[in-house]
Design a binder for this molecule. Structure first.
Ligand code: HEC
Length: 495
């Protein structure tokens, strides 16, 4: 939903509430971020041999489950047997898709943007040292698209963008840009709805948003047709008037379509074991001080949105590092607490978390150190249905085959998809502003509610807390940006 924010106010949000992070160091003033005593702590790899051939699915899984693979090829279709009688029964097939996508997106990157290095050679994946650049990390940053002011965003292949939060980077240097959750205000009133997240070590969590080639090029538009430049609000607003709004390219078996990714990171400290996280060296840009500081950052959350045929309302997957918060109360077997503590929970019942958090810290302000840690817990359990083939069972399987890599310490929290997908004649899809109602006119999203990431929707875990913001699931909230093809980034940041 286009909100009441005016153009210049949107820009103000971008400037005030954004913290950036980039690999490009030159031109930045350096000062260490709070508690970062571990900037060089990226551990050497402990590569293990490739585990091919992979063990079969446990017998509790549907017989038609596709064979698991460790591959750098992003899946281009989702197989669901025609005999599947309910969305819930389809869950293992979507969870399979989520995990296969997670592996492919975290595959070591080749030299060319967005491309995997030897996608058919699992050894490349299993022996990559921690910190190796991965495919999604080479996707273009939302800043490359929306932060370029009057300049045209650079071509997909271009190594640099005209404007960078840490200017002076040399050609070919990778840029990572991080934003706080506070930068994502869901403006339905004059207030920002969103708040930053502070981890147990007292540091802010950081976020970045990236688009694959198809989506980036679609939003960037054609050189020859300036009306197709959708990062410009005037063009976007025109296209959004279509009956079904903007329609980005969809993945088919022959070509990848739109993939968008949002990641959550935290700063590594001497308290952390970087071997349990995907850890990279990066620059944190503090917009309040306008300084860039080097830090080792640890991947704690990853959202993936993929528009894949026939799922025109996208398929939504979200992953978390396993040490984020305590496990679900009914988790079996009960995992032992992480050796170095949880990232976002002190491991006790105090302070209490109502709605999954104890308080909402203020937005970062100049000259202020981050406020006290937020105590976070998971409100919506990781699905335990269908029995024996639930998201938890799929996690157990993949964590086993990924032993020896950092990826064994990640878990799929939920996959959400349109159970009745498709846009056009005879399909239920309808934009909200044309009278569409969630979930039925959003492709009958499944599960309809309760699908969030504790690091990225910390304060929107309950339906009550999320009511004003669009709901406590990927699809309910992103459906409000339906006219921008579910991309809140495009909807919020076009200028
Ligand atoms: C309460 C609302 C809300 C919920 C729930 C939500 N998101 Fe988002 N999401 C946003 C907003 C707002 C942004 C834009 C952030 C920005 O531009 O800084 C966003 C950004 C994203 C992006 C970046 C690309 C883009 O253009 O939007 C992805 C990918 C994404 N979300 C995936 C997910 C997934 C997966 C889930 C569910 C597990 C989810 N989101 C749940 C509001 C939400």
């Amino acid at each position: 939903m286009r909100t009441s924010l005016h153009c210049h106010q949107r820009l103000t949000f971008l400037i005030i509430f954004t913290t950036f992070l980039t690999f490009t160091n030159s031109g930045c003033q350096n000062s260490p971020p709070a508690n970062n005593t571990n900037a060089n702590a990226i551990a050497a790899a402990s590569p293990t041999a490739s585990q091919q051939p992979l063990p079969p699915w446990p017998s509790s899984f549907p017989q038609q489950m596709p064979a698991p693979v460790v591959s750098g090829n992003i899946p281009r279709q989702i197989f669901v047997p025609s005999t599947t009688s309910s969305p819930q029964d389809a869950r293992p097939f979507f969870d399979y898709f989520s995990w296969e996508s997670f592996i492919a997106l975290n595959w070591p990157a080749s030299g060319s943007r967005g491309a995997p290095d030897q996608p058919s050679n699992p050894n490349v994946f299993f022996t990559a040292p921690n910190g190796t650049p991965v495919v999604w990390g080479t996707y273009k940053d939302s800043f490359d698209l929306f932060g370029q002011k009057d300049q045209r965003p650079s071509a997909w292949d271009a190594p640099n963008s005209p404007l960078s939060p840490c200017p002076g980077g040399t050609t070919g240097q990778k840029t990572l840009i991080f934003t706080t959750k506070g930068e994502t205000p869901l403006m339905q009133t004059a207030q920002a709805f969103s708040f930053p997240l502070v981890d147990q070590q007292g540091n802010y969590a950081y976020f970045d948003i990236r688009y694959d080639e198809a989506q980036y090029n679609f939003i960037r538009g054609q050189d020859s047709d300036p009306t197709s430049w959708l990062y410009l609000l005037k063009n976007l607003a025109q296209k959004e008037k279509a009956q079904f709004g903007v329609q980005m390219p969809m993945t088919t078996t022959s070509a990848l379509g739109s993939i968008m990714v949002k990641a959550a990171w935290r700063i590594s400290t001497s308290h952390d074991d970087p071997k349990r996280f995907y850890a990279i060296n990066a620059q944190v840009y503090d917009a309040t001080k306008q300084v860039c500081t080097p830090a080792t950052v640890l991947l704690v959350g990853l959202h993936i949105g993929h528009k894949i045929d026939p799922f025109s309302e996208w398929v939504w997957s979200t992953f978390e590092q396993v040490d984020n918060v305590p496990p679900d109360a009914d988790a079996t077997p009960k995992p032992s607490p992480p050796p170095n503590g949880y990232s976002f929970n002190n491991g006790t019942d105090s302070p209490k978390t109502t709605g999954g958090y104890d308080y909402k810290p203020p937005l970062p302000a100049a000259g202020q150190t981050p406020p006290k840690p937020v105590q976070v817990s998971r409100v919506n359990p990781i699905p335990n249905t269908p029995a024996g083939q639930s998201t938890r069972d799929v996690n157990a399987y993949y964590q086993q085959i990924l032993k020896g890599t950092v990826w064994q310490y990640y878990q799929l929290v939920v996959t959400q998809w349109p159970a009745t997908p498709g846009i056009g004649e005879g399909k239920p899809f309808m934009l909200m502003q044309n009278g569409g109602v969630y979930p039925q006119n959003a492709g009958a999203a499944f599960p309809a509610n309760g699908a969030v990431n504790t690091t990225m929707e910390t304060y929107f875990q309950t339906q009550n807390d999320a009511a004003g913001a669009g709901g406590n699931s990927c699809m309910s909230c992103h459906y409000r940006a339906g006219q921008s093809d579910f991309s809140w980034g495009l909807n919020r940041r076009a200028h």
